[in-house]
Design a protein. Structure first.
Length: 130
């Protein structure tokens, strides 16, 4: 039974395509408006190039792909939280600051963790070249 406060949604291929289009639009907006998404894209290209050039293992590829995806996901969630807070209030509020700062901190922690993981994968491969 559908919730009375939610409109009935149709199901089908058109809705799937609409959802994909909306998701793609969200990626484009984040890329155009968030510097960290652009930085993430640059880091992604570097990681993929290094992965090809250094011929990392399948397991290492899976790890690299996972950290690329997770970092982008957390950045998009951070952007959504910041946009929602800005929608709710333009005035300074301590709780708004906490929401925005902790969302940003989550992205920072994951970025540092991802960088450490990437270094642990690539440094030994680079050292083998010398």
């Amino acid at each position: 039974m559908a919730s009375p406060d939610r409109k009935n949604k149709s199901f089908g291929i058109k809705r799937i395509f609409a959802s994909v289009k909306n998701s793609w639009n969200g990626l484009k907006v984040a890329y155009k408006n968030e510097q960290s998404v652009y930085i993430h894209l640059v880091c992604t290209v570097i990681l993929l190039l290094l992965s090809f050039l250094l011929k990392i293992s399948l397991t290492q590829w899976l790890i690299i792909i996972a950290i690329i995806g997770l970092t982008l996901v957390v950045e998009l969630i951070n952007t959504a939280i910041e946009s929602t807070v800005d929608l709710v209030t333009k005035e300074f509020h301590p709780l708004a600051k906490v929401a925005k700062d902790t969302a940003s901190a989550a992205e920072f922690v994951l970025s540092v963790t991802s960088a450490i993981i990437a270094l642990m994968i690539f440094i030994p491969r680079i050292m083998e070249l010398f």
